[in-house]
Design a binder for this molecule. Structure first.
Ligand code: ADP
Ligand code: ZN
Ligand code: ZN
Length: 745
């Protein structure tokens, strides 16, 4: 038969940079569009791949392999989304196949497995041998006719299979298991069901003048339907959510769909609930509690256009939403928008890019915008919308700074429950107010040390000190989860003088219970919320004033709205201030302003007691007065001088592996080569190589090199040259590139 062929281009979800040409029979052609999923032979397997181009590519070989099957009715992405992926792959210097893998739902990258298939003569032969003498996998083969080779593990079985296939009793063939079918129903977990006393009263609110102005500007932008980026700069509790909801309503009324990115849905169920009660059905939620199958169902619902509103964490930026008109990035300063693994993209930055590619209105919302975003506002690249006060018009909470150095006796300094704080708590409780206490360390004692020989008990995988959890009496690593029972004696010198010290949230909780035995006290951190729905339960009870004092970690900071809090105690406000990271001040400032913002929501006032060892530091001082502009001015001077972002560009090269010596050698080699390959006139600083501040993590030794420049092209070109020279690959360890890194430790 003389079939006519056409040529198509395919990309696979593999960490490779190529796009490959294939032949396709003409009669298939009308079923293929960009984004169609097909099966094609690749590297001795049949793999799912995606059509990314119709027609031949330059310089392709004459002999092309043929695609074997067209898999789905509907394409997985359109041209604009493909453009976004190509751009991201180039910008973040990751293979296009890896970008594709990240963007598409897990389960779409199916590939064939080898199967053993019983032939007719094989059946005849095997049926003559007694069933008992056959290994179990062969019995199964007799029953079913086919068995995946992966089930055949033992030596005897394997050699039997080899023999049998030589004789023609068994054929080994690459086969694909049948694809999953069916559109799932909407998955709304328990935790997102609105409870009676929490219903959304927002329908009835009258917008404040500032909210109305913001909504008017957004309405105009949405009607124009071209790229319009906004920063919704609203102080904590200013009612940003209401503005988002109005913008979404507008988008829907124009026949468009809306995507809202949030840092983590499971941590802020309240936001999702407000969306649900306002818009009812037609909402798709992507949160971390979904299984892969549920994610795939939601993904299909979104792709088919059945959901008008999508709420998702960072990976939602790649969802194929038809007729998208609006992207909202809530709490845009949050670090969780940056992915940290093999494809280290930043969803906030991609939101702006996607807006440009698809002519969308993009809203970045925050009370403490990242410096990156604020510089863009100053340069006129992003429009600024202000919500300068809270709806009730009351002042922002008043903050009192307390110098921990001046606190005596030392005992109070040690558990951070200072006499002033205890007094403030008592006063608040007398007035029937609620108290929130913030400390960014969980556990009981954060240090276990021998007082005879000085040995600190560290995680064998991560080299950080282990935290003592009193209830279970074990020592745990908060990086990798390593746990051991607390030893009675020092593992180095056998002395019995092991001392547990340092303060975690559990210790604070225990001291509080002693101090206030009559009071309802709870803790909100990763340990107290391990159980399903316990997070939601604690948040609900706190909201309903069934808890008087809530002590918590970062979890307490996330955009919760608890009207009853009248005192926020920050136990040690400078605990992350001295991290070896140029953003340490920014993170401290943001966290302090956000924590402080949990109080004073209902009416006048709200008090914050900010305890710190570093009361003069500008991040502390300016957080106490909620002075974002002041902080921006101060911090940007320092960054500009040193060409740190947003006034310069960073690329972080990370070298990680289990062999310490090899990691070090590789890092030194990359450092040397960087200095050789850097042209004399290129304004690039090469910092390192040096062991990473966290020099061991999850059992891997870590080194790093930071390339820094005021010119984005210079720093990119240097990395491209390193790559072209093959310097950035290594055996037995990983060398990864992080463009615009957020985590430098
Ligand atoms: P933000 O996200 O800016 O910190 P929220 O959106 O959580 O603030 O709003 C804070 C509180 O103000 C919420 O309880 C919300 O219902 C309420 N609120 C918002 N807009 C108004 C308004 N126009 N009038 C009265 N209350 C409002
Ligand atoms: Zn010791
Ligand atoms: Zn560890």
């Amino acid at each position: 038969m003389n079939e006519e062929f056409e040529t198509v281009q395919i990309a696979f979800q593999l960490p490779i940079d190529g796009i490959f040409s294939y032949h396709v029979s003409k009669r298939f052609m009308d079923r293929l569009v960009l984004g169609s999923r097909v099966f094609a032979p690749f590297r001795n397997k049949i793999q799912a791949g995606f059509i990314v181009g119709l027609g031949p590519l330059d310089g392709q070989p004459d002999q092309l392999r043929e695609i074997s099957l067209v898999l789905d009715e509907k394409p997985y992405f359109n041209q604009q989304l493909w453009n976004l992926l190509c751009w991201a792959s180039d910008y973040y210097m990751v293979p296009i196949g890896l970008a594709l893998k990240t963007a598409l739902p897990s389960g779409s990258d199916r590939k064939s497995k080898p199967w053993a298939i019983l032939t007719a003569s094989g059946r005849l032969h095997l049926s003559q041998s007694p069933a008992k003498s056959l290994p179990s996998s062969l019995n199964r083969l007799m029953k079913r006719g086919v068995v995946p080779l992966s089930e055949i593990v033992s030596e005897t079985e394997s050699s039997f299979i080899k023999e049998a296939s030589k004789k023609g009793f068994i054929i080994i063939e690459q086969r694909i298991t049948p694809p999953r079918r069916g559109l799932g129903k909407q998955y709304l977990p328990e935790l997102l069901n609105p409870s009676e006393n929490e219903s959304d009263s927002g329908q009835k609110v009258t917008l404040t003048v500032a909210q109305q102005n913001a909504v008017d500007s957004l309405d105009m932008a949405l009607e124009k339907a071209d790229y319009q980026p906004f920063l919704l700069f609203g102080v904590t509790g200013s009612g940003k959510t209401e503005v988002y909801l109005k913008a979404i309503e507008k988008a829907l009324s124009l026949g468009k769909r809306a995507l809202t990115l949030v840092p983590e849905i499971a941590l802020t169920p309240q936001t999702a609930r407000i969306f649900l009660s306002r818009f009812g059905g037609g909402i798709a939620l992507f949160h971390s509690k979904l299984t892969d199958a549920q994610k795939l169902d939601e993904w299909r619902r979104v792709a088919s256009g059945s959901a008008n509103i999508v709420i998702a964490a960072r990976s939602g930026i790649f969802l194929p939403i038809p007729d998208l008109g609006l992207i909202i990035v809530d709490e845009e300063h949050d670090n969780s928008y940056k992915q940290e693994d093999a494809f280290p993209y930043n969803a906030r930055d991609l939101a702006l890019l996607r807006g440009k590619l698809e002519n969308l209105c993009v809203i970045l919302g925050s009370a403490t915008p990242s410096l990156e975003t604020f510089v863009n506002v100053k340069n006129g690249k992003i429009n600024r919308l202000d919500l300068p006060s809270r709806p009730h018009g009351g002042p922002l909470p008043k903050t009192e700074i307390l110098d921990l150095k001046s606190v005596f006796p030392l005992k109070h300094r040690k558990n951070f429950l200072t006499p002033n704080l205890i007094k403030a708590i008592s006063k608040t409780l007398e007035e029937n107010g609620q108290v929130a206490l913030f400390l960014n360390r969980r556990g009981f004692d954060t240090l276990a040390q021998c007082s005879s020989c000085g040995t600190v008990l560290r995680c064998p995988n991560c080299d950080i000190s282990l935290t003592h959890h009193k209830k279970s009496h074990d020592l745990r690593c908060h990086m990798c989860g390593y746990a051991r029972t607390a030893p009675p004696t020092c593992p180095s010198c056998s002395s019995e003088k092991l001392v547990f010290s340092g303060v975690g949230t559990q210790k604070v909780e225990e001291s509080l219970i002693e101090l206030f035995p009559e009071v309802r006290i709870e803790r909100l951190d990763r340990d107290s919320t391990m159980k399903r729905d316990s997070l939601d339960d604690i948040l609900k009870r706190f909201r309903n004033k069934e808890i008087d004092i809530l002590t918590g970690t970062q979890m307490i900071v996330k955009g919760h709205d608890f009207p009853g809090i009248s005192l926020v105690g920050i136990l040690c406000g400078d605990s992350s201030l001295h991290f070896p990271d140029f953003r340490a001040s920014e993170h401290t400032f943001q966290t302090l302003v956000q924590v402080s913002g949990r109080t004073g929501r209902e009416s006048a006032g709200g008090t914050v007691l900010l305890q710190t060892f570093d009361p003069e530091h500008y991040a502390i001082q300016l957080a106490a007065t909620h002075d974002y502009d002041g902080f921006f001015e101060k911090d940007s001077v320092l960054r500009r001088e040193l060409f740190y972002p947003p006034y310069g560009h960073l690329i972080l090269i990370k070298i990680q592996g289990s062999n310490q010596k090899k990691v070090e050698e590789k890092a030194l080699q990359i450092g040397r080569q960087s200095r050789i390959l850097k042209k004399p006139d290129e304004p690039v600083s090469i910092l390192g190589p040096a062991p990473s501040p966290r020099k061991k993590a999850l059992g891997k030794h870590r080194w790093q090199i930071i390339l820094k420049s005021q010119s984005r092209n210079s720093v990119r070109n240097l990395v491209k040259r390193l790559n072209a020279e093959g310097v950035l690959t290594a055996h037995g360890m990983s060398v990864s590139i992080d463009v615009d890194p957020v985590n430098l430790v």
